[in-house]
Design a protein around this ligand. Sequence first.
Ligand SMILES: [Zn+2]
Length: 287
Amino acid sequence: MDERAPVVVVRPAPDVQELPLVYDSPHSGNDFPADMNAAVPVSVLRRNEDAFVDALFGHVTALGAVLVKATFPRTYCDANRSEQDVDPGVLDGDWDLPAAPSEKLIRRGAGVVPVKVHGITDIYDRRLTAKEVKYRLDTCWRPYHRAVETELDRLYESYGGVWHINCHSTRARGNKTDPDGEADRADFILGNWDGTTCSAEFLALVEDFLSARGCSVDVNWPMKGVELVRRYSDPGANRHSLQIELNRKNYMDEARIEKNEHYAVTEALLADMNAVIANYVKSRSQV
Ligand SMILES: [Zn+2]
């Protein structure tokens, strides 16, 4: 692990009214640790990265929100998985923690320590050891979750409610290992785990805004959210988490991992969307 912190938390400046609103970007990091020892080049690993998503949401602190972002790559450790999403049967050495391998891990190699890129390309030409998987949980997964949970709990205590946007991007189309196959994806995919991680009102606020701006929007398909929206949400107690997936075609050249000609338009659209979200949060909480 290099010396950079695995997670960066950016809070509003002192002269900005704080809101109980937290954004997090778990997949935009690209500091590749020296101990990763992958069999494929960084250019291939970065296909799994939600490149530029932390930058696209960088303005939210000016609205009063907190932004939490990972600096470690998603292929090294995926903070949007349960820490139990491990298959001890494929590790060298004994795994002495609880394990509950998900269908995503078994079918696509996409557990808390991924072993495939996009369900197809093997990341390693060796077996991972139990020791290195534990090390990645200790140095990446736990600090990241501690940061998200701390911010959500702190704001909830102060304001009696908290809203959380879990930020991602998605390929313009998947492959045969994805639930939607090779179909073209919508401009935005919103996920609240089939209605369980945020109120219908909050989901509708974001969906209606994007639709009114001419964007195509899918809800809970082909992604509905994973660990970060599930773990800290409780809509009945006024804790709301919503996953947002941006279609990468609207801001980047996926092959080159460079901003494309649509980047500025998407950044401006997100700024408008996040201002609407901030106003809503202000109206629904004791700010
Ligand atoms: Zn993501």
